[in-house]
Design a protein around this ligand. Structure first.
Ligand code: SF4
Ligand code: SF4
Length: 378
């Protein structure tokens, strides 16, 4: 079977799905099984990071063993790893050499800045020590192309794309969270590769959908519909953060599914959103951001987006996880939750939907607040 590949930046062609390795770090056997399943699925692209604990050393080991059995993609494995922004030139050189050593290779295809989340990170990568480091890594032949992942503001991501210094980016772009879709399109227009970060997990815990979501998407599985939506939007590749062989069931089915959305898929998506608008009624937040700035710096659209997802789509576990991460994840997420609203009313006349924002913030807080859970990454 001829496998579909898409250009990821200016260098190699990658599969529609990418193996994300953050959830396969329990043992050598688990990583081996997951990399082998990725190969059998038709995946040729692996995404990892030194911050994923032993992932790189386990990948190096798995690739070596599979190679001995002749199980290797035709184009060889394409590897994307990452480096945290803000480190010194000297430390960065050490980290890149260590990364290559643990992966058991003398070169990787793609190096991403891991979490280009604030403007200092962009300055670091384009003018500061980071720029020097990234140049060095390419000149020495250790890295083919440079990109970034970001959880930052739309404006920051837009600036990063417009520097034209990056060949690819990893973004939160999802069926149920399309805020970054215009940025993904901008990156694609600029010739960059775009990787969607974990549609199964970060796209709304679609690995364990609610009955409500299943019924809204019926007869297509919510995760399958989300994958198909992103593929049809020409997002280059979607990460599958696999921990077991079942995680490849849908990617196996869709590995060559590059065609536009079918009538059935379009109808399911229409119903999914119309049901959500119906449930939210007059409390729907359009995320237009016109209510900002808030004197207490409450991130109103981000908080009400979580309410939209919970009330509109039944994404309880996802909305709770994100809400309870506020203030606990540094520059990776928001710092202030709904409790900081002092009911001043400044935002009220600015909302085109006439929402009672303080009341909805309080409602979100009551619905979503819970004890914090351990966070993986991003
Ligand atoms: S102005 Fe209203 S609709 Fe727009 S983001 Fe703010 S709360 Fe939501
Ligand atoms: S009412 Fe609350 S959310 Fe609105 S501007 Fe005042 S503090 Fe901010």
């Amino acid at each position: 079977m001829r496998l579909t590949r898409r250009a990821f930046g200016s260098k190699k062609m990658v599969s529609l799905f990418t193996l994300g390795t953050m959830r396969a770090i329990k043992s050598i056997d688990q990583m081996y099984m997951v990399v082998k399943e990725a190969y059998l699925t038709g995946i040729n692209h692996i995404e990892t990071a030194p911050s994923y604990g032993p992932a790189e050393v386990l990948i190096g080991n798995a690739i070596k063993k599979l190679d001995k059995k002749g199980l290797c993609p035709k184009e060889k494995w394409i590897i994307t790893s990452k480096i945290l922004p803000g480190i010194t030139y000297r430390e960065g050189k050490k980290q890149i050499k260590e990364m290559l050593r643990t992966l058991g290779t003398d070169k990787i295809d793609n190096l991403a800045i891991h979490g280009l989340n604030i403007s200092d990170h962009l300055t670091w990568a384009t003018e500061g020590e980071g720029a020097k480091l990234l140049n060095w890594s390419q000149k020495e032949g250790f890295v083919n192309q440079i990109g970034f992942s970001s959880h930052g503001s739309k404006l920051l991501i837009q600036h990063a794309i417009e520097t034209k210094k990056f060949d690819f980016c990893s973004l939160h772009v999802h069926l149920l969270n399309q805020t970054n879709l215009p940025l993904a399109k901008l990156a694609l227009k600029n010739g960059m590769g775009v990787m969607a970060i974990s549609p199964a997990d970060k796209g709304g815990h679609l690995h364990s959908p609610s009955k409500q979501l299943i019924s809204d998407c019926w007869p297509i599985e919510p995760l399958e519909l989300a994958y198909r939506f992103l593929i049809a939007q020409e997002i280059t590749t979607l990460t599958v953060g696999a921990s077991n062989s079942e995680d490849f069931n849908i990617p196996k089915k869709l590995i060559n599914s590059f065609s536009p959305l079918t009538d059935l898929e379009q109808n399911c998506i229409k119903r999914l959103f119309s049901q959500s608008y119906f449930r939210l009624g007059k409390t729907f937040c359009g995320e237009c951001r016109k209510c900002l700035p808030c004197p207490e710096e409450v991130p109103i659209p981000e908080i009400l987006k979580l309410r939209n997802l919970y009330v509109g789509h039944g994404l309880k576990s996802f909305a709770q996880e994100r809400y309870n991460l506020i203030g606990r994840a540094g520059h990776w997420w928001e710092e202030i939750n709904a409790e900081s609203c002092n009911n001043c009313g400044d935002c009220l006349p600015r909302c085109p939907n006439n929402l009672n924002i303080p009341e909805l913030l309080a409602d979100t807080h009551v619905k979503l607040l819970e004890k914090p859970k351990r966070r993986l990454w991003g």
